[in-house]
Structures are given as structure tokens and as C-alpha cells.
Design a protein around this ligand. Structure first.
Ligand SMILES: [Zn+2]
Length: 113
């Protein structure tokens, strides 16, 4: 009876079972942390933080850099918090309009800033 050849995996280092397991766990941990911090956006504390940021800086920072005056809607984390609760609350924050936040900002994060 034919049998499927065994998949070769190194016993240690990159590509090993231990390495794959560690990377999966790190990914899961980050995903879980990001889900938890996402829930923080619904809190009264975040609403107050956002309102204060937009009061201090009512115009979109990225538009302003291009000499365009746009009312800001989004309180954005200058450095991505990546699920870190301390960084989520401590900021620093910047005010952005929705197109700037959704476009330029996400592109920057994808580029691995
Ligand atoms: Zn803008």
C-alpha cells in the first residue's frame, strides 16, 4: 500500500515544529490583545480621550501638512498600539480626518512602521 512521504521539518530553528508553534502562539496572543483593545474604543473613557484630542487639535494633521484645512473626526494613535493597553491609553494621539486615517495611515502601518 502506498504511503505519503513524510514532510521533512528541521527539529529546531526556523521551520521546526517548536518554531511554528511559538509563532502561532505569538500571533494568537497579539490577535487576542488587539480584540481586547478594540473593545476599549466603545468605552466612555475613550470617548473622553477622543473628545479632548479633537478639542486640542481640531484639524486633520495630515491634511494640514498639505496646506489643506479639514475638520478632524478621528483620534489616532501616532504609534500603532498593536493591542498594548498602556500604549492605547497613553498615546501620543493625533487628529485625522477619515480619508487620511483610512488611507495613508493604514498604508504606513502595512509598510511596517
Ligand atoms: Zn485629512
Amino acid at each position: 500500500m502506498p504511503t505519503r512521504p513524510r514532510t521533512f521539518r528541521p527539529s529546531s530553528g526556523p521551520g521546526s515544529d517548536a518554531d511554528r508553534k511559538a509563532r502561532t502562539q505569538a500571533y494568537d496572543r497579539r490577535r487576542r490583545a488587539e480584540t481586547e483593545t478594540r473593545a476599549l474604543y466603545g468605552t466612555a473613557r475613550w470617548q473622553a480621550t477622543r473628545r479632548e484630542q479633537l478639542r486640542i487639535e481640531p484639524l486633520c494633521r495630515m491634511c494640514l501638512a498639505l496646506d489643506v484645512v479639514t475638520a478632524a473626526i478621528v483620534c489616532d494613535h501616532v504609534e500603532p498600539h498593536r493591542g498594548d493597553v498602556v500604549r492605547f491609553w497613553s498615546g501620543p494621539f493625533q487628529s485625522l480626518c477619515v480619508p487620511c486615517h483610512d488611507g495613508a495611515k493604514q498604508a504606513e502601518e502595512r509598510a511596517g512602521r
